[in-house]
Design a protein around this ligand. Sequence first.
Ligand SMILES: Nc1nc2c(ncn2[C@@H]2O[C@H](COP(=O)(O)OP(=O)(O)OP(=O)(O)O)[C@@H](O)[C@H]2O)c(=O)[nH]1
Ligand SMILES: [Mg+2]
Length: 193
Amino acid sequence: MNMITKVLMLMIFFSFSFSFSFSFFFFFVEHKVIIVGLDNAGKTTILYQFLMNEVVHTSPTIGSNVEEIVVKNTHFLMWDIGGQESLRSSWNTYYSNTEFIILVVDSIDRERLAITREELYRMLAHEDLRKAAVLIFANKQDMKGCMTAAEISKYLTLSSIKDHPWHIQSCCALTGEGLCQGLEWMTSRIGVS
Ligand SMILES: Nc1nc2c(ncn2[C@@H]2O[C@H](COP(=O)(O)OP(=O)(O)OP(=O)(O)O)[C@@H](O)[C@H]2O)c(=O)[nH]1
Ligand SMILES: [Mg+2]
């Protein structure tokens, strides 16, 4: 074997092992997601729809639930955090290394949309979430008289958010409608800086 053949074989070997470890890394990398929103918004129902494609019986979350959700080889580690007023001050203990915030809004709960708005902007100003992208689920679209995603978007002045990528998606956690579209937006953001 002459020198050129040896060098060529070495180059092929290294390029194969590099691309293998590269894909290995991306296959196992986990993207941290926090699911937040006021109590009764439907966060836990959404988490278990993602996991099992079914509606589970829920009770108010004290603390959090965590599950791994895999979408088209993308691994998300999703933290569903209790939304009761007394628990909101501890949301920030979950923020470090978060890549995605899923904010769940109860679209029938007009009275408390102002509180959701306050919580949203408090999160966006937090240093640990400065790189996070935000998916807003306008949940409970099956309820008569609910707000549309456009109304919620306007009230939350989402168009003014320039320093975080965001997307609003209407959904119904009971039927699962709209949830896949939300996940697709998240996977489409991966690798985009
Ligand atoms: N009609 C309707 N009800 C829903 C929908 N999603 C969730 N619910 C109901 O809303 C209630 C609260 O749902 P959860 O998922 O427990 O709410 P949560 O946001 O986790 O609440 P906390 O854990 O207290 O923060 C439950 O009775 C759900 O069945 C929906 O899309 N439509
Ligand atoms: Mg819950």
